[in-house]
Design a protein around this ligand. Structure first.
Ligand SMILES: Cc1cc2nc3c(=O)[nH]c(=O)nc-3n(C[C@H](O)[C@H](O)[C@H](O)COP(=O)(O)O)c2cc1C
Length: 512
């Protein structure tokens, strides 16, 4: 839900107030607040916004002429029906700022806006018709910094009222999970580079967001399978989780970050059948949702690593989660503590390479261990549905460098980053990954579609053989990379073949 804070400011006091209001707004569920100086208003954003708060300095107990002029032409944006609020700053405790607020609110009424006043409805601090900040230019006991909390609290209250009023409309209008995909948005569609890949999927499959878990966008990819876009709470980007329904049970492959009721959503989609979960690998963006289940299927090595983290206390576990969310550039404003799945240890079911998960009758999902990106990384083959779910092992190169085929000498990188050494790290080696992929490439006629962990959900099977070729090329000469990309871990080296690519960290030491 977009919220706009529009301000006039000459010497920066009202700008500060606008920033605090937006910060407070962004603490609220569903809010995406932005501030705009009156001469630089993004009208498209304001048109889509459900709430607009307008503020300015006090000049001779009136609003500034610039703000007045802007308000005179603001009707053209179409503000009717939006929630409206006002704020002001002044130099003297009795300088007239409330008169400014009052006349802004009057303008908003004329526009047909719904007027918000925290007033008596929220209790203390009571902010009658809008927050005022008094600067410290002349009065020693005053300073803008003393008013920070008032503006933040006002922003929070405003956003929570707007969410209460407009959340149903938001979901209906956008049909997307409230978190916009930091990564997914930038993937152009194959057919039309002017629209995003996600939009092309929406056109192809349709998509739904359900109240039970508003953090997930659901694409029905066949009669018995769904791709679930789990909105990413950090810059890692969105994740794909995949639900496959068998005759008796369903399986969710990967379970994202543990925000929202993913299990409940899956059970709803398969109309009450038991839903098992499996994870391709231990990384938090694929496995933190496991807390919702009593047991989780994964490769033996992945299980060993997950069990290590289950030895942590609840506080340590949550701290690890927090660090993961914040490390990559947090997007916490889209969820609250209440949306997080409470900590509950789960049991790991250790699977070996080629073990099956049976979903009733002869409906089997085969686990195939690849290693590479994570020691226990496995892909899952839906043998009846003929789909290969590849997690972070095999990517189509919708964007150069998105593919994360191999991490190579991950341990070295981890040591640099002070991450703990990993169990079974021998499987991170490119040669191990290559040998597993070589075998998988021979089975390419067993599936019609590949679906990965962050990018494409409808890749051609050749993505596997193309990646196999890319890896063989890496083994031959790691310096023959076709591209490089900057990542949060430094430079990534990319080998591109056909529709696939892989990324690795250090061509000098990859094969040591
Ligand atoms: C022309 C002019 C008139 C002002 N009149 C008042 C006033 O009547 N009452 C008051 O408290 N402050 C008055 N001020 C001070 C500003 O309202 C105050 O410093 C405000 O915080 C400035 O906001 P800004 O830093 O966002 O530009 C006036 C300032 C100017 C430049």
């Amino acid at each position: 839900m977009k919220l706009a804070v529009i301000y006039d400011s000459k010497s920066g006091n009202t700008l500060k107030a606008a920033e605090w209001i937006a910060e407070g707004m962004n603490r609220q569920k569903g809010a995406e607040a932005e501030i705009f100086f009156i001469n630089e208003v993004n009208e498209e954003f304001v048109k889509e916004a459900k709430g607009v708060v307008i503020g300015g300095p006090t000049y001779a107990s009136l609003m500034s002429p610039a703000l007045r002029e802007w308000l005179m032409s603001a009707g053209k944006i179409g503000l009717a029906g939006k929630l409206g609020g006002a704020f002001a700053t002044e130099q003297y405790t009795h300088g007239g700022a409330e008169l400014v607020i009052q006349s802004i609110l009057m303008n908003e009424l004329v526009f047909g806006m719904l007027i918000f006043s925290g007033g008596g409805s929220f209790g203390r601090p009571v902010i009658h018709i809008g927050p005022v900040g008094v600067n410290g230019n002349t009065e020693k006991h005053n300073d803008m910094k003393y008013y920070r909390d008032y503006f933040m609290i006002y922003g929070e209250r405003f956003a929570s009222k707007a969410w209460e009023l407009f959340k149903e409309e938001e979901k209906r209008d956008h049909k997307i999970a409230p978190i916009s995909p930091p990564q997914g948005h930038y993937i152009p569609s194959r057919e039309n580079p002017d629209i995003t890949y996600l939009d092309s999927l929406r056109a192809k499959y349709g998509s739904e967001v359900y109240d039970i878990d508003p953090f997930i966008e659901v694409f029905k990819t066949s009669d018995n399978s769904w791709a679930l876009r789990a909105a990413g709470p950090n810059a890692v980007g969105d994740n794909w989780c995949y639900l496959v329904e068998g005759p008796e049970k369903a399986l969710l492959i990967d379970n994202a970050y543990g925000i929202g009721d993913l299990k409940g959503l899956c059970e709803m989609l398969v109309e009450g059948k038991e839903v098992l979960t499996a994870v391709t690998h231990n990384h938090g963006d694929h496995s933190y949702g496991s807390l919702q289940w009593d047991e989780v299927y994964c490769h033996d090595y992945c299980a060993d690593i997950l069990e290590e983290s289950l030895r942590l206390t609840e506080d340590e576990y949550r701290k690890k989660w927090d660090e993961f969310i914040d490390f990559f550039g947090t997007r916490r404003q889209f969820f609250t503590e209440e949306d997080l799945v409470p900590y509950k240890p789960f049991k790991c079911i250790h699977l070996e390479d080629h073990d099956m998960i049976n979903l009733g009758e002869d409906y089997n999902i085969e686990l195939i261990h690849t290693g590479g990106h994570a020691p226990g990384l496995a892909v899952f083959l839906d043998k009846k549905g003929r789909v290969l779910y590849t997690g972070d092992a095999i990517f189509e190169s919708l964007v150069p460098g998105l593919g994360i085929g191999i991490n190579g000498r991950r341990r070295k990188m981890d040591a640099d980053k002070l991450l703990p050494p990993m169990l079974h790290e021998e499987c991170l080696d490119v040669r191990y990954f290559a040998s597993q992929l070589r075998a998988l490439a021979k089975r390419v006629n067993e599936f019609d579609r590949c679906a990965d962990g962050h990018g494409a959900i409808d890749s051609l099977p050749r993505v596997v053989t193309d990646l196999n070729e890319a890896i063989e090329a890496v083994l031959k000469d790691p310096h023959a990379y076709t591209d490089t990309v900057k990542t949060s871990f430094g430079t990534g080296y990319i080998m591109q073949r056909g529709i696939a690519n892989c990324r690795y960290n250090d061509p000098d030491t990859l094969l040591d």
